[in-house]
Design a protein. Sequence first.
Length: 95
Amino acid sequence: MPTYITLATFTDQGARNIKDSPDRFEAYKQLAEAQGVKVLSVHWTEGPYDIVLITEGSEEASMTSALKVASLGNVRTQTMRAFTAKEMRNLVSKL
């Protein structure tokens, strides 16, 4: 299954309701898992991003869950496909 790393920042709405962030994550986790996305880890961070999320799932399922979260208006996200060392070796072997 493809792995994705999502970097999230709180919107003004999300920051105003910061106390609800852990509960919002649990709701997201249930939604994502219902879409077939496995949440591997979540980390609240200091710096330019407020949350780092690592997930596994098909591209379609990952995109669907990300769009649903974005529609709620609490965070803005950037999602990147991540590759393991084994996957990267396979990719570069084809160059």
